[in-house]
Design a protein around this ligand. Structure first.
Ligand code: ATP
Length: 885
């Protein structure tokens, strides 16, 4: 729609909206039909055909298809060989690709559902009422409010703007905020950067506020037009996925070398046909790579994200799942995260009077009552009576406490504002930590400043009286009792300051008094702090509040322990980096910090090799959230800008949720390690079995197809179930996993060696017995030996999953907790037995019928892995160690 450059009246008429009332419900539907929905075409969504192609060109599949073609050509020349071998190889490739595409599809669906949870919101006027909706639901014609920290949801023609500054770097790359001016009108289409009467989708409000009409949504918006470029960007792999890729490559090289060696030995020593020998060597090379591993890792990460979302932690970046597992420091703010954000005024004090409590108002003076009125006048929170005659307060929780107290004293903000009309405001911001309002008097103006005690007392008119009254020690007493303190000073002026001279309003004021507000810690915070400590994670508090208030709460929660250091932002600015790094282990509370201080704290911890999870909510917190390893934004109190800079959004703003997410991150990481050990055990065993047998001149224990079957179907499929495995019980009693810690640390090698050795011994025993020992009914032969080896390795690598999944002994691990493992293992076992018993299939895989004695031996050898791993667990437990650490 080409209305952007027009005047507001023309636009409003065109899109059929009354700017004072917003769109009507029926017009919303019509405009959505006419101008489209506010969604971008997801051009990256692959079709099924593309997905199949994608998998087909993977090296392993290409080699297998090449092998199938090769055996097809051979079959053409020697018709008695048949084409079945090619068909079987292709079937295995097809099953493998289908399982992968199915699992990836599930992962994609889960991911888009999760993305919706953290989608940005917009505040609109519809049918005369203010509403918060998901930005995706915006339609052309919507009247939309813009506020500091908002991420703009569509292209907007501005109607109003108060000091509105927008960061358009996401759109234009220009990093300097643009000051908007709705009064401008252009006769012709202007370049994007000059359209100062517009605000664009995907950009961020850094300052001020405004109002506008949505003029373009979805693909029509400026962002929509470049979105197709953005969504086409390659998906980045997580660090863990990259490490696994590297591991797989190394293993492939190893397997190919082993394959080449086996080929040479067998060509020189055995009578196996050259073609068969070559095929086995090649298939060993490809099949020894656990190629289902990457898909299992993705699934584990996404399943972890779903679990975290259920626990109120919404992950915005997949790698955060694994980084969380490694978090070793949680730097949390106080208000609302560690505390309940349910603020109540408890005490007040007016200069030259006694401290009074709110619970007992009998001894209150007129000045005490006046303090509440002044505090309320200098607040932006509002209150209204709901249908049940109860006060519903809107706005900042600190100010809500004041408005509630005013209500209890039978006052209303409306009354006060009629009496003392507000004519000017210097807004609150977390760096100034104070705000000022100016009110019309019969003669002159009343200036009220409310804010942090230490920010109000710099420039007082009545400084001597203030000092004599020992205001500072009263403040400190409030703060030591964990009260959040707001002070108030005032002055009367004759004229309003001229433009640009507003800061002088805050100079030369008279101190009036202060209030102490209680914001009790959340009940669950202390528990979560204790859990974090046990898990080797250091909790620290970083707050804008006063040092004493912060320390009092930190003590209650055991974040601060005796002997710890506490530091204010100003003190922090005075020390150099090396000094900070030296002391940082002991500092548990940082108070009165600025956003810049936060970045320094994060960097200092990172310098010491720690992985930092940091919380934040304001626009200014975005840089420190980006700098932290796990930037965590508040879902309720957080701005969209903070959310979009973060890796996780806490839907409930709760500290305990971070700890729960860390525990989930550890579970995911643990399961990925279990999967790696489980799959690698069989792969490593195959390489050794083939090599050893070749070296001692026994011939080939397994042919290419058998190897392929074992890797893709016998252990590849049950491996998927490990992504669903529950957390080990002591998961939060171990120290965090170092970011550079090897995937095989904490007993990983031991587990692979035990399982691979067991597989090797049992498989070679089966091969020897079948090939060389007369077991009665059927004469020993290479084919009998191979059949027994195939069955033993296939069955034992499938059943291995039942012991590899948990620290608990087999009988206690419980199958019902993870039915996916049970059913996939049953499926793999049935497949194995079927190919062995159905004559047509058996012939293709080179399997021959066995006697009862052979089957009994196969069963015994296949269950051996269960006995060995259970024994390993038992011995480790007796030694005070854990199988899975
Ligand atoms: P955090 O959420 O980081 O733990 P905080 O919410 O306590 O900290 P700020 O919002 O920066 O941090 O508040 C710091 C100080 O500013 C408070 O201790 C209080 O004295 C003062 N303050 C807070 N809100 C207001 C307000 N609405 N008006 C005036 N002063 C305020």
């Amino acid at each position: 729609m080409k209305v952007k450059q027009d005047s507001i009246e023309i636009i409003a008429r065109t899109v059929k909206v009354n700017p004072d009332n917003g769109l009507t419900t029926s017009q919303i539907v019509k405009n959505r039909e006419q101008y489209g929905e506010n969604i971008f075409e997801e051009t990256t969504k692959e079709t099924l055909f593309q997905k199949v192609c994608h998998h087909l060109v993977e090296v392993m599949n290409l080699i297998l298809i090449g092998t199938a073609v090769f055996s097809f050509i051979l079959a053409l020349q020697t018709p008695d060989e048949g084409y079945v071998k090619s068909i079987v190889i292709l079937s295995i490739v097809i099953i493998n690709i289908s399982v992968s595409i199915f699992q990836e599809g599930k992962a994609d669906n889960a991911l888009s559902a999760l993305k919706k949870l953290s989608a940005p919101n917009s505040v609109v006027l519809r049918d005369g009422k203010k509403e918060t909706i998901q930005s995706e639901e915006l339609v052309v014609g919507d009247i939309i409010y813009l506020n500091v920290g908002d991420q703009i949801g569509a292209d907007i023609r501005l109607i109003q703007a108060n000091s509105l500054q927008i960061d358009e770097s996401s759109l234009s790359g220009e990093s300097i905020p643009i000051e908007k001016d709705p009064s401008l009108e252009f006769a012709k289409e202007m370049p994007l950067g000059d359209q100062l009467n517009m605000a664009f989708s995907g950009t961020n409000v850094l300052n001020g506020n405004g109002l506008g009409i949505v003029v373009a949504v979805g693909a029509e918006s400026q962002m929509g037009q470049i979105a197709s470029l953005l969504v086409c960007q390659k998906k980045d792999k997580t660090p863990l996925q990259k490490r696994i890729d590297r591991l797989a490559k190394r293993l492939a090289i190893l397997a190919f070398l082993a394959g080449a060696l086996i080929f040479i030995i067998n060509t020189l020593t055995s009578s196996v046909p050259l073609v068969e020998n070559l095929m086995t060597a090649v298939i060993l090379g490809v099949a020894a790579v656990p190629e289902t591993l990457p898909v299992i890792v993705t699934l584990s990460l996404i399943y972890g994200m779903e679990n975290m979302a259920r626990k109120q932690a919404i992950i915005r970046n997949i790698p955060a799942v694994e980084t969380l597992g490694s978090a070793s420091v949680i730097a949390s703010d106080k208000t609302g995260t560690l505390t309940q954000n349910k603020m109540v005024v408890k005490r007040l004090w007016v200069l030259h009077e006694e401290v009074k409590t709110v619970d007992d108002k009998t001894n209150w003076s007129r000045a005490d009552r006046q303090l509440v009125d002044y505090m309320a006048l200098a607040s932006n929170a509002t209150a209204e009576l709901n249908e049940e005659d109860q006060w519903v307060v809107h706005g900042d929780p600190t100010e809500s406490a004041i408005i509630q107290l005013l209500g209890k004293l039978a006052g209303t903000k409306g009354e006060l504002e009629t009496k003392f009309k507000r004519v000017l405001e210097l807004p609150f911001d977390s760096s100034r930590k104070k705000m000022t309002t100016v009110h019309q008097l019969d003669q002159g103006y009343l200036v009220l400043t409310k804010g942090a005690f230490d920010r109000l007392t710099d420039n007082l008119h009545n400084e001597a009286a203030f000092k004599q009254a020992d205001a500072a020690s009263i403040h400190d007493q409030f703060a030591k009792d964990a009260l959040r303190v707001l002070a108030l000073s005032y002055k009367v002026i004759d004229h309003l300051p001229t433009e640009g001279n507003e800061p002088e309003l805050e100079v030369g004021q008279t101190f009036y008094g202060m209030i102490g507000i209680i914001d009790p810690p959340r009940l669950e915070s202390a528990r979560a702090v204790a859990e974090a400590r046990k898990a080797g994670i250091k909790p620290i508090m970083i707050t804008g509040d006063h040092l004493l208030t912060a320390t009092a709460i930190a003590k209650e929660l055991d974040i601060y322990r005796s002997g710890d250091l506490v530091m204010t932002g100003i003190e922090l600015e005075k020390i150099i980096d090396s000094e900070l790094e030296e002391k940082i282990d002991q500092i548990s509370v940082y108070a009165r910090v600025s956003p810049e201080n936060k970045i320094r704290i994060v960097k200092a911890w990172q310098q010491k090799g720690q992985v930092v999870a940091m919380t934040g909510d304001g626009v200014n917190d975005a840089p420190s959230l980006k700098a932290a390893d796990v930037g965590t934004a508040m879902g309720i109190a957080g701005t969209e800008v903070a959310k979009s800079a973060s890796d996780i959004v806490l839907a409930d703003d709760n500290f305990e949720t971070i700890v729960k997410a860390i525990s989930e991150g550890r579970r995911v990481y643990g399961n990925i390690k279990k999967t790696i050990y489980y799959l690698l055990s069989a792969n490593v065993a195959e390489i050794i079995i083939m090599l050893l047998a070749a070296v001692v001149g026994w011939g080939m224990p397994l042919n290419g197809l058998q190897l392929l079957f074992i890797n893709v179907l016998a252990d590849g499929i049950p491996g998927f179930g490990l992504s669903r495995e529950k957390a080990e019980s002591g998961i939060m009693l171990e120290p965090p996993v170092g970011m550079d810690e090897s995937l095989f640390s904490r007993g990983g090698y031991r587990r692979i060696v035990t399982a691979a050795t067991t597989f090797t011994v049992t498989s070679l025993a089966a091969f020897y017995l079948g090939s060389f020992v007369d077991l009665g009914t059927i004469a020993p032969s290479l084919a009998v030996g191979q059949t027994m080896t195939f069955l033993v390795l296939s069955i034992s690598s499938t059943v291995h999953i039942f012991v590899a999944r948990s620290n608990k002994p087999l009988i206690k691990a419980g199958l019902r907790e993870n039915t996916m493992i049970f059913w996939t293992a049953v499926f793999s076992l049935l497949l194995t037995v079927t190919v062995a018993l159905v004559p047509g299939l058996a012939a293709v895989l080179g399997l021959v019928p066995l006697g009862l004695v052979h089957w009994t031996i196969v069963s015994g050898l296949s269950s051996y892995i269960l006995v060995v791993v259970e024994l390993e667990k038992y011995i480790l437990q007796r030694m005070g160690r854990r199988f899975i650490a």
